[in-house]
Design a protein around this ligand. Structure first.
Ligand code: FAD
Ligand code: SF4
Length: 480
């Protein structure tokens, strides 16, 4: 996929990848072998008809291509940007299996999704929604699972209300994934469509505290879908985590996004220091690292406008992150982040420190972070995840000067919903137990899907769960 120059892009928040031109998309599409038993479809978590939409691209019938995609996905323009293609459809493509270059399925999906949004020609326009059924559905959470469920139910004629704790709609698509990977207008176009088909959004409303699921059912909602995600950041539980300068990834990314977008003016951007360490190495860690590089650069550039040269130098020293390092306790080959994200972060100047873990954060007398004590790790036998277990090496402790640390260690479920809703079975981590075919929970009239069921996962799987639940909710409502 063509991308902007690393030096140019690392100083702004504009999209990194450029996407295919029409000509590039057509050339790539003609490479597809149109396999009679396409392995790529098996690799796609929602089983998009990949050769089908590529065939339409070759025929230059973009409307048909998008129609093929929309049979199984609500968000081609989003998934075409954020899916882990190398591990999914492209990894399964027969050309990759034979040692060649996979068809760039993600780039082609993105091309069609972008074309659809730019042309305004949705495959199923809002006017084609089914006649009103008079049934009401409540959706808890506006991430990809909730949005997909809401869209599919609204198109079937049900009246859907989405309840969202945050002031912004989109779940991790809105507060988490940075704008340089998912530009806000791409998500906004999907939300506008939901509004056009009659979905109502109630933001700043937390189900489980402001209202319970029992309240919703008593208010006449015939069904409730829980797509609450896993929003509680995992902590390291080592000394010094409470120091000023230690952020969770959620706090760092959300404050950056909200303060830059003007959607929540009270939210300040994170304080800019010199040396930032990101602990962890999943996609969240990459997003934090790349956001930090941009924050530092932006502050220096804005400063240039307002201060004399000496002031700029001093302000830059204080406000610009000079070094951004990802600290990971395993080796590079065990890193869970997408390869493209790691490559992109490296190109932009992010450093990596492998086989290292922090053991304590060190503060000054004002409780500001000044350093972290780290320990080297070795690799032992594989653990339950199949990756080699990191093993501490005693006596290898060393101190790394840092003024900002962002913990990107993953997310856990908030147990409030399972604890306030009778009949909802959850495991010890608060993940809700459902029938995997339908998303039905143990409580009649309540469905769940996405990360709150699987644990932190992916956009495409969350979306697929929302669609599966919508089909079952529709059947349930139309029988009642
Ligand atoms: C920084 C970051 C980068 C990521 N990058 C990628 C990527 O590149 N590709 C990819 O496929 N996946 C990525 N993911 C993962 C992906 O975003 C998630 O798997 C997906 O968003 C899960 O969708 P969901 O609908 O289950 O929940 P979420 O997207 O988490 O949305 C849940 C929503 O529910 C709301 N909520 C929670 N509890 C309540 C309540 N009680 N009442 C009302 N509202 C509530 C939350 O505020 C939130 O908005 C990333 C995640 C993060 C955090
Ligand atoms: S496996 Fe690859 S070559 Fe075959 S149909 Fe799918 S994308 Fe085309």
């Amino acid at each position: 996929m063509p991308a902007r120059d690393p030096h140019e892009r690392s100083v702004d928040f504009e999209e990194v990848e450029l996407g295919y031109s029409r000509e590039q998309a057509l050339v790539e599409a003609t490479r597809c072998l149109q396999c009679p038993e396409p392995l790529c479809i098996q690799g796609c978590p929602v089983h998009n008809d990949i050769p089908g939409f590529i065939r339409a691209l070759v025929d230059q019938d973009f409307q048909r291509g998008i129609a093929v995609l929309r049979r199984t996905t609500n968000f081609p323009a989003i998934c075409g940007r954020v899916c882990d293609f190398a591990r999914q459809c492209e990894g399964a493509c027969v050309l990759a299996q034979e040692g060649g270059d996979a068809i760039a399925i993600g780039a082609l999906e993105r091309f069609l999704g972008t074309w659809e949004q730019a042309s305004g020609r949705r495959q199923q326009p809002a006017e084609q929604k089914a006649p009103a059924t008079g049934r009401r559905v409540a959706v808890v959470g506006s991430g990809p699972s909730g949005l997909a469920c809401a869209a599919d139910l609204a198109l079937r004629g049900h009246q859907v209300t989405v309840f969202e704790s945050l002031p912004i709609i989109g779940g991790a698509l809105a507060w988490g994934i940075p704008t340089f990977r998912l530009p806000p207008p791409v998500l906004a176009a999907e939300i506008e469509f939901l509004e056009a088909v009659g979905v109502c959004f109630r933001v700043n409303t937390t189900i489980g505290t402001d209202l319970t699921i029992d309240n919703l059912l008593a208010q006449g909602y015939g069904a409730v879908f829980i797509g609450a995600g896993t929003i509680v950041p995992t902590r390291l539980r080592i000394p010094g985590e409470e120091l000023n300068g230690v952020y969770t990834a959620t706090e760092f990314l959300t404050r950056t996004k909200l303060s830059r977008s003007g959607q929540a003016p009270g939210e300040g951007a994170p304080t800019i220091g010199e040396r930032l360490a990101v602990i962890g190495a999943g996609n969240t860690a990459m997003d934090v690292a790349q956001t930090a590089v941009r924050l530092g650069s932006i502050v220096q550039r804005d400063g240039l406008k307002e201060f004399t040269s000496m002031d700029v130098a001093e302000t830059a020293l204080r406000l610009g992150f000079r070094e951004v390092t990802v600290v990971y306790r395993r080796s590079e080959s065990e890193m869970p982040a997408r390869r493209e994200e790691v490559g992109s972060a490296r190109e932009e100047g992010v450093r990596f420190m492998f086989l290292t873990t922090p053991v304590r954060f060190i503060g000054d007398e004002q409780a500001r972070l000044v350093a972290m004590e780290c320990q080297e790790m070795g690799l032992g036998a594989p653990d339950a995840s199949g990756r080699r277990r990191p093993v501490p090496k005693p006596g290898t402790e060393f101190t790394l000067p840092v003024d900002t640390v962002v913990l990107a260690l993953g997310y856990q479920a908030d147990k409030t919903l399972s604890e306030t809703t009778g009949g909802l079975a959850a495991d010890r981590w608060g993940l809700i137990t459902v029938d995997p075919e339908t998303g039905r929970t143990g409580r009649t009239g309540v469905w769940a899907g996405g990360d709150i069921v699987t644990g932190a996962d992916t956009v495409v799987r969350a979306m697929g769960a929302g669609k599966r639940a919508a089909r079952d909710i529709d059947r349930f409502l139309m029988k009642v």
